[in-house]
Design a binder for this molecule. Sequence first.
Ligand SMILES: Cc1cc2nc3c(=O)[nH]c(=O)nc-3n(C[C@H](O)[C@H](O)[C@H](O)COP(=O)(O)O)c2cc1C
Ligand code: SF4
Length: 411
Amino acid sequence: MEEKKILLKNVGVIDPGCIDDAIRAGGYEGLKKALKMAPAQVIDELERSGLRGRGGAGFPTGMKQKFTSDSCLKCPQRYVVVNADEGEPGTFKDRVIMEKDPHLYLEGTIIAAFAIQATKGYIYIRGEYHESIRKTEQAIRDARNKGFLGKNILGSGFDFDVEIKLGAGSYLCGEELTMLESLEGKRGHPRIKPPFPAEKGAFGMPTLVNNVETLANLPRIIEHGSEWYRTIGTERSPGTKIFTISGQVAKPGYYELPMGVTLQELIDLAGGMRNGRAFKAALLGGAAGTFVDASMLNERMTYDNLREKGATLGSGAVIVLAEGDNVSDILYNCLRFFKHESCGKCVPCRVGTAQLVNKAGQLRNGHSGNTTLLQQMVREAEIMAGTSLCPLGQSPILPLESFSRYFKELQ
Ligand SMILES: Cc1cc2nc3c(=O)[nH]c(=O)nc-3n(C[C@H](O)[C@H](O)[C@H](O)COP(=O)(O)O)c2cc1C
Ligand code: SF4
């Protein structure tokens, strides 16, 4: 298996700080084409492409644009918000795009804004991502100077501009509705869904929230067409995915591959197991992801296939463990992460995450009666999933249930 670089094709080739370099490499061609189409045609093309959101949930991008575009036609404003918070442990794909080819996702953001006829956008970037912030600031300045942003973009009559907002290190603020609260200057506490951002998002207006990698696909799809795009990946998950692989592999890093690649193929591309050790487990999709064992090595990694097998693709983070590693250490770390990131607003999550960490500590230390302990933990996480206010409290069940499915024998 070889890398299939459609999003990362300019990485290491162009100077990310030079807009002329980006333009010479084909930058803003997708935007020029989009501006000659009707907004509804752009949405149709994206719907036909089958692109699904790369922020983790895999929601169809064109459909989301359609909902946002059709919602509240009398509203005076509509917004595009770029989710560049990238808080999922083990995930660093958006950072690569922002640092190495920032014009790509900026162009995608402008195309999305044109599609839903938004005149204002926000890029919500993780505050610790200094280089991403710097590169994006420069890209915005240069794009304005070239007429890709601002009033009457490229003489099309379409106006759009973006502003950067910085996150302050809260995982929960990566969740779209919490992000919108933070964006509005409020405390990062979640909102109840519905209404969804498409109906009532930033400042009460229809808002399209998309991940950086999702938006980076738009220029390519518009430029080359949905039919071309569908030749990559699988029928239900077209396109590529940027995987970030870490842990016990020889060459950890980021790899762009067609959707549907297997875990074994990804590990091989990452140089195989470090020091020839045997594979034991992987955590797919970060802390809010699932553990798998060697029986899943040859499964196709697509949103649907993994879901059918009780696993997740999520953000594309893959953390690999080898024989001899203690999987319950990683489970403990995931649960500690949730406890730390819980906003404390609702009791099941505030108390539940703390209890799960205590129990995971006992599990890790090989406490007696561990199978019962694990069953108790799964039951508690199920109750949390059913009673917590937002998706964070519904997440611990994912690593816990999959851990208990594959690794309870080890206890
Ligand atoms: C706790 C939590 C954290 C999240 N963090 C991120 C994040 O850092 N980046 C991201 O793009 N999506 C994140 N999401 C998903 C977003 O809520 C949302 O689904 C996504 O931005 C939609 O974009 P997409 O349709 O392009 O995938 C998070 C979700 C949850 C529940
Ligand atoms: S589930 Fe957790 S993070 Fe979400 S509102 Fe409740 S306490 Fe806050």
